[in-house]
Design a protein around this ligand. Structure first.
Ligand SMILES: Cc1cc2nc3c(=O)[nH]c(=O)nc-3n(C[C@H](O)[C@H](O)[C@H](O)COP(=O)(O)OP(=O)(O)OC[C@H]3O[C@@H](n4cnc5c(N)ncnc54)[C@H](O)[C@@H]3O)c2cc1C
Length: 410
């Protein structure tokens, strides 16, 4: 029997990554005064997968609800910038989508922009080079520029959501790992952290890739897998000015953006590279996936294609290699909202877009938690949309990893 007195809240949020932080911030804004909201974070906020992200905020999504959620993130960035002492390190430099062979990708992207009312311009290769001096003009005939896109430091954005939440009275418990959910009469009544019990009417799980193991214990099989995302940063060169846009190189399965003098470029694995959700360490640094431990196979197989667009890579050294985990679902959509267990909501499975979607996810989860009408149709994000699955099986994890391989956009 625990000797500790239970801590009572109205809402408990598990995880202080960007999704937990954004959810806390919106919930605190929408809930009535005096509502008790507690965030339980196993370590320090934003030190899980959030701090690994490249921070690209691409507005174009095939799914309208997801595009609206990205719009909400941009609104949140504006609000947070106005309210904080220092402006957020947000660089609204635009993004350029380039394709040589896959012209259909460019056509589809332009149609998406039109449908979503996102401003875009067609650029000639020489106009691309004016903005991104490293770009090989002969590598493509045209490109599509989205001037309002940008990128941001993901950890600082998460911290900004969290500090807004705390100013509104949210309680943050750091170094507080949730061991398991407390289920009473078929409903989640709170969580247990060692000896300490936290009780709440609604618990919201935002535990990133660790969610799979945590919720499996309560009988919920999350349809997602820890899939590798990685990028490299080159040595410095004058060819990578900070005002250059982000680039999506669809044929090369790559994206780029400037990073303090160098070029950051990410390549998507074409073979399924995934981890084991049953055994994820708390510290993901140096995490080893099922194959290709140093990313070299991926770099080798994608390099020739990348060089066509960025020939200067041949003469530059690589300064950093960052590898991390993205939680992917088979359809690339996040998992949001209610579960089969009353009293439990969740937000995860962002498939490489958790920073981009953070404002929208925070708003949606807050609306769901307060049982309000939601600002987007949430039906495509249900946890049970794939039927019965086993997130620990090799077959399912490979299926999720291949969803990442097939991704072309940012
Ligand atoms: C290399 C790389 C590049 C990426 N680039 C982009 C990008 O450009 N744009 C973009 O939008 N997204 C990008 N992503 C994806 C993005 O990082 C994620 O979608 C996002 O960070 C998910 O946030 P989260 O809050 O769900 O997870 P996390 O940040 O992992 O947060 C989960 C938190 O829960 C805590 N936790 C876990 N278990 C427990 C427990 N039992 N009790 C209490 N706390 C717990 C953890 O400590 C952690 O802090 C990238 C990812 C990687 C790896």
């Amino acid at each position: 029997m625990s000797t500790y007195q239970a801590v009572e809240s109205d809402f408990l949020i598990i995880g202080g990554g960007i999704l937990g932080a954004a959810t806390a911030s919106y919930l605190a804004q929408f809930a009535s005064a005096g509502t008790r909201i507690t965030v339980l974070e196993a370590g320090q906020p934003a030190t899980g997968t959030t701090c690994q992200a490249a921070g690209l905020l691409t507005r174009l999504k095939t799914d309208t609800a997801m595009a609206e959620m990205v719009g909400e993130t941009y609104t949140a960035i504006e609000r947070l910038s106005q309210h904080s002492d220092q402006p957020l390190p947000f660089r609204q430099v635009g993004s350029i989508h380039v394709a040589k062979d896959d012209q259909q990708y460019l056509e589809n992207t332009a149609v998406q922009a039109q449908q979503l009312n996102v401003e875009f311009q067609w650029l000639s290769p020489s106009a691309v080079t004016l903005q991104a001096p490293w770009f090989n003009q002969t590598a493509a005939e045209r490109a599509l520029f989205i001037p309002d896109d940008g990128y941001i430091d993901p950890a600082l954005l998460a911290q900004a959501y969290l500090s807004e939440a705390r100013q509104l009275g949210v309680k943050l418990c750091q170094n507080t790992r949730v061991d398991n959910l407390i289920i009473e009469q078929g409903r989640v009544a709170g969580v247990r952290c060692g000896e300490q019990v936290y009780r709440a009417g609604t618990t919201i799980s935002c535990a990133g890739p660790w969610s799979v193991a945590l919720l499996a214990e309560a009988g919920i099989m999350l349809p997602m897998a820890p899939v590798r995302s990685h990028y490299w940063i080159t040595d410095d060169s004058d060819l990578f000015p900070m005002h250059s846009p982000a680039m999506i190189l669809a044929d090369a399965n790559a994206y780029t953006r400037p990073e303090v003098g160098g070029l950051l470029f990410g390549l998507r694995d074409q073979q399924p590279v995934y981890g084991d959700p049953a055994n994820l360490p708390a510290d993901l640094q140096g995490y080893l996936f099922n194959c290709d431990p140093d990313g070299f196979e991926c770099l080798e197989s994608g390099y020739e294609r990348l060089l066509e667009f960025c020939p200067v890579l041949e003469t530059l050294g690589l300064r950093h290699y960052i590898t991390g985990i993205s939680s992917y679902t088979p359809d690339g959509r996040p998992i949001l909202g209610a579960t089969d267990l009353p009293g439990l909501l969740l937000a995860t499975g962002c498939s490489g877009s958790g920073i981009t979607l953070s404002g929208g996810i925070g708003r949606l989860l807050a609306e769901q938690a307060l049982e309000r009408e939601t600002f987007v149709d949430d039906s495509a994000f249900r946890c049970n949309r794939f039927g019965e699955i086993d997130p620990f099986s090799d077959g399912f994890r490979a299926r999720c990893a291949l969803a990442r391989s097939a991704k072309r956009s940012g």
